[in-house]
Ligand binder design. Sequence first.
Ligand code: AMP
Length: 401
Amino acid sequence: MQLLNIKDIDLYRKKVFIRCDFNVPMDEFGNITDDRRIRSAVATINYCLDQDCAVILASHMGRPKGEIDKKYSLEPVQLRLQQLLKRHVDLAKDVVGEDAMQKAYDLPNHEVLLLENLRFEKGETKNDEKLSKKLAEMAEVYINDAFGVSHRAHASVEGITHFFDNDHKAAGFLLQKEIKFFGTLIRRPTRPFAAIVGGSKVSGKLEALINLLPRVDKVLIGGGMAFTFLKQLGYDVGNSLVEDDLLEEAQHIMDEARRLGVKFYLPVDVVAAQTFAADSVSKVTSAQEIPKGWMGLDIGPATVRLYRSVLADVQTVLWNGPMGVYEMDRFARGSNKIAHLVADSYATTVVGGGDTADLVQRVGVDEELTFISTGGGASLELLEGKVLPGVKPLIVEEEEE
Ligand code: AMP
């Protein structure tokens, strides 16, 4: 898949709008715990500055409810960007309000303006045309470098592309790198190919799982999503995270895996806790013996041993989603162990998603992995064979012979 390339665009002294993905994980004090997504955008930003562009940056962060909410301000991102770019970055007070529009209009060449959190505008996630138009009015060129959000048809990702012709829009360096890497992985994965899937967003990932099944040889489940499967198998999972309306879907996935000959592994033991708290009473129990009212917050040691032997012969590993509540030390062991297992493997190892990237960095094995993607949902959808809505408008049409 060939994308419109930033290098083919005449950028000299132009006003450029770069959609970035600065949706970085933060701790409870508002400190950025993993700035990979910000660092990954620096190449494109500096390239534009080298062409004497006026650079407007835009991103979302978290899930504010379509209105200005200080808690979700991009101020911490502004500060980190200033350190990384070694220059001043102005932060607008809004997205397409008076302040942002005026600042964008006045922005001189070689200066950087960061808009406030795009999701302060209700229209962003609705792909609202009016919002896309306003954002597009700010600049002469549109660059998408936000791989992590390219699977969403949002105003700053999809809608905005309709206001620029092919000479004035392109994929940035990060987006290109990600698309190229996953393209190769889809076309020729070295087998056996294992997907390790965890995290809490069950609903989104079950759909991805069903589409992944025909492409992989093994699936290893961990994290909160495991309990929907375990419950469907008839186990009492106590107060663990379960999406009851997806039980049937979980059964369907297990049936499909059997039909396709894909080996499907679930945790055999868990670290169960009385409450969802870092200092909760906890113990290791078999997946079938979670005490009433307790909840599974991590995979247990037997599961780690099982997954170690399952991963021993694989040649490609894709990992998306932590194995437990890794933010709390007590429930981080399963994820830490799997991180080491994956890192020590000689396979091609790919990690996707903000949390999983954060996790491997905390464990200190990030350098030992083949590829860390800035997009979790986006990388899963690519592997499912979908064309991402934010990427589609940037694909170069192949000329017919
Ligand atoms: P996701 O965004 O879907 O990748 O989910 C990541 C989140 O899942 C992390 O914040 C983890 O704390 C959380 N998580 C992982 N395992 C569990 C679990 N067993 N119960 C509740 N939350 C979990």
